[in-house]
Design a protein around this ligand. Structure first.
Ligand code: ZN
Ligand code: ZN
Length: 610
């Protein structure tokens, strides 16, 4: 564990005497995000991890003159308390007794105190309520520039400059020109002269481009300003190859390319001179929003966000296809793992994950992993977002449960799948818990619901079977997933918390279905599939509103050894058997073609009806 005493002392010194004669502040907020509100970060943007020592994907740090606190959610309680030293206090976000950051600051700070934050790193959605709650406590929220962490981070990595590649219409399904027409129609509808696009996956999707500036996320650092006449693309020009220029010519789109750092000046002048409103998402950083005259700000998720979430037919077909290839690799891995364990060959979480990557990487259209593989044996499985490190690496054996959550990027889609297995004899407790997780997973996977219902209302369908026996899990049930893009994407989701911009579920949205159960220090269970929202018909179809259901596109057996069949209803049993039959029918021809007799035999056994 790295000691944070020195960096905290350096930060507090700066807080007491801010650069550029900005005076002093009593508290400094360090958000997780970068200037684009990315969930996964480039190394240079891991400021919150640098100051706290905790490297999970979600959390906000607050440093005052005497205290250092980190707020993070249920996925990360264990990891954060393990990774942080005694300088830090863990604030368990989401627990009824934990105050929010706004409430804590308002209660703790004396009236007249000043709180600072880098406005580039805080979404407008978080800035507005924070500012008003501090104001009512007699405190002030200030934007501090430059970023204080950057000033104390001696070996901060440089900004990535990886090349950008075009994604052909063969995979993207819609040309940039078509997307632009659709975008401008929406702009006219909403009386917007300019749309500000700062989310990196939105820019990549809109321009049919992909990059690799952030590990696992095929995005590149840039901004986009779209007007009714022009498209301004703010990007480091050295990233653009001739292939990208050809791509735009072929797409019949002319972009005005500007240096990445010019966004603020350009936005300010466009916002001042444009006739109508400036469309900017509340998810965009406050530094951008603040450049727009208040009466011109139009806060709504960008039209791109919605267009991207509802996959077109080409994207949807690609998603299904890549899940089949991904399923082959996953089955090969589990069959291989079973043999290693049977033959007493040593295999551990790290070597297992790298073998899985090998199986994936030879699949057609493979572009990389979609996140760090969670390869977790025994008690490590109870750490929800665990990934193995040399110091935590455990052997995978027939003595304990093994949880594997992994995914890949393909040219035609993105995958994310979790399976939990036991290679020996599971305990009754493990079987009971697994069966209840599965019941919830089937309940959601087979649910029928009204068109446009918000994902939040589906969450308890997946939890009910667990709640019936007093069990639960501390994470969401489902997230959107990109098409050869970020593994987590909005605006919809299935969770206890309301997604602020959830437009309701629509045909051809893709989400995960991933309930779980975690027994601290013992084991973790999660079953995760990706599902496609498809139309169905029932009764009067909700008074004509339309009925939807899910189609599971993940292709990998669920270990029946871990199921207590007596706890399943006939409907649940039939549903699982049908799924296993589909998996067998889909994957077996490919395994036969690959002459992979070992995996074929494994798959045949694992898909037998129960
Ligand atoms: Zn996953
Ligand atoms: Zn997931």
């Amino acid at each position: 564990m790295r000691s944070t005493g020195d960096v905290l002392a350096a930060l507090r010194k700066l807080m007491a005497n801010l650069p550029n004669s900005q005076g002093s502040i009593n508290a400094y907020i360090i958000p997780s995000e970068d200037a684009h509100q990315s969930e996964y970060l480039a190394k240079r943007d891991e400021r919150r991890a640098f100051i706290t020592g905790f490297d999970g994907s979600a959390g906000t740090a607050v440093v005052t003159e005497n205290e250092a606190l980190l707020w993070t959610d249920g996925r990360y309680y264990q990891q954060a308390s393990k990774q942080m030293d005694t300088n830090w206090t863990l604030m368990r976000d989401g627990q009824p007794t934990t105050p929010t950051i706004d409430a804590w600051l308002a209660k703790t700070l004396k009236p007249g105190s000043k709180v600072g934050v880098d406005a580039n790193l805080i979404p407008t959605r978080a800035w507005n309520p924070l500012q008003s709650s501090l104001k009512s406590a007699g405190c002030l929220l200030l934007t501090i520039s430059p970023n204080l962490i950057d000033l104390i981070w001696k070996d901060q990595p440089v900004a990535p400059r990886n090349p950008i590649i075009p994604l052909s219409v063969e995979y993207a399904g819609r040309s940039v020109a078509e997307k632009l027409v659709a975008m401008r129609e929406k702009m006219t509808d909403k009386r917007a002269s300019v749309v500000v696009v700062s989310a990196l996956d939105e820019i990549a999707w809109f321009l049919n481009l992909r990059g690799s500036d952030i590990d696992y996320n095929p995005v590149f650092f840039s901004y986009l300003l779209v007007t009714l006449d022009d498209v301004y693309f703010f990007v480091d020009e050295s990233k653009l190859s001739s292939a990208v220029n050809d791509h735009f010519r072929a797409n019949k789109v002319e972009l005005k390319i500007r240096p990445y750092g010019d966004i603020k000046e350009a936005l300010k002048s466009l916002a001042e001179t444009c006739e109508n409103r400036v469309w900017i998402s509340l998810g965009s950083n406050y530094a951008l929003s603040a450049l727009i005259p208040e009466e011109k700000r139009f806060h709504e998720i960008t039209p791109i966000n919605l267009m991207k979430a509802v996959k077109n037919e080409v994207e949807a077909a690609g998603m299904r296809q890549c899940h089949i290839r991904d399923g082959v690799a996953l089955c090969q891995y589990f069959a291989w793992l079973e043999r290693c364990i049977k033959e007493r060959r040593s295999v551990d979480e790290i070597s297992g994950a790298s073998q899985l990557e090998k199986f994936r990487s030879v699949q057609d259209k493979f572009m990389g992993l979609s996140f760090t593989t969670i390869s977790a044996s025994g008690p490590n499985g109870s750490i929800m977002h665990y990934h193995p490190l040399p110091e935590t690496n455990r052997p995978i054996t027939d003595k304990e449960m093994y949880l594997c959550d992994s995914g890949a990027q393909f040219l035609d889609g993105t995958t994310d799948v979790t399976r939990t297995l036991h290679f020996g004899t599971p305990t009754e407790e493990e079987i009971t818990a697994f069966t209840h997780v599965l019941k919830g997973q089937i309940a959601l996977g087979t649910a029928i619901f009204p068109r446009k219902v918000k994902g939040q209302f589906l969450d308890t369908i997946a939890r009910k079977a667990l709640w019936d026996v007093g069990l639960d899990y501390g994470h969401g049930t489902g997230h959107g997933i990109g098409h050869f893009l970020n593994v987590h994407e909005g605006p919809m989701g299935i969770g206890i918390r309301l997604m602020p911009d959830d437009p309701g579920l629509e045909e051809n949205m893709f989400l995960s279905n991933e309930p779980g159960y975690y027994k601290d220090e013992h084991f973790g269970i999660r079953i995760e599939d990706i599902v496609q929202v498809i139309p169905t018909s029932i009764g009067d179809n909700f008074n004509g509103r339309g009925a939807l259901c899910f189609r599971t596109i993940t292709m990998c057996p669920i270990q029946t050894k871990l199921i207590n069949v007596k706890l399943l209803t006939d409907k649940e049993r039939n549903s699982l058997n049908r799924y296993h039959q589909t998996v067998w029918e889909t994957l077996s021809p490919l395994l036969k073609k690959a002459n992979d007799a070992e995996t074929l035999a494994w798959l045949e056994r694992e898909t037998q009806p129960i």
